[in-house]
Design a protein. Structure first.
Length: 182
């Protein structure tokens, strides 16, 4: 790959990384292309060289966030260990680095088909991973436990972030953790 192609690829990667953080922090509609480009250290005028539209950027950003190759090495796939890390105040306080489903779920439910397809694939993979370690006597019970547990975690994170009371937010996270362990 030539130097200009390498530079273009690096710029595109910087745009996606900036969008990943900003979209989770402020929502898709709460972020302009100009703000993404500024956060990536690039000019707004360069955007069309990388993406045909903001929606194309959204889809690629979701794919990058959810790509299994980008899974942090220290992020457990064990359902119980995942819940322990997920339901922490630090995660609640850092939406820009946290779960895309908790940060953008309602917006993504209205996203175009290509974007929802990316998210659906990631959901299937995550459920399959969690089902490997979820409680249950057979595959169906483990899958039900995986889906129910993960759904409870995401819902708890959404509610904890909505609460304007730090005390209530913490209580929601702790109660969900206790519920999942019961």
């Amino acid at each position: 790959m030539g130097t200009s192609q390498e530079k273009k690829a690096a710029s595109r990667q910087a745009i996606v990384a900036a969008a990943a953080r900003l979209f989770r922090e402020r929502g898709i509609d709460g972020v302009t292309v100009a703000e993404v480009m500024e956060a990536a250290g690039l000019t707004h005028g360069g955007f069309p060289r990388h993406f045909a539209s903001k929606q194309e950027l959204v889809t690629e950003t979701m794919a990058a966030i959810l790509d299994p190759k980008n899974r942090p090495a220290d992020r457990p796939i064990d359902l119980e260990a995942f819940a322990e890390l997920y339901l922490r105040p630090e995660h609640c306080d850092s939406p820009g680095q946290g779960c895309v489903f908790a940060a953008l779920g309602p917006e993504m439910a209205r996203a175009p088909g290509d974007t929802r397809h990316v998210l659906t694939g990631a959901m299937r993979r995550q459920i399959e991973l969690f089902a490997q370690t979820a409680p249950g006597d057979d595959e169906r019970e483990r899958r039900v436990a995986a889906i129910g547990s993960w759904s409870a975690m995401i819902g708890a994170m959404v509610l904890a972030r909505i609460a304007d009371s730090e005390e209530l937010s913490k209580e929601i996270l702790e109660a969900t953790d206790a519920f999942l362990r019961a």
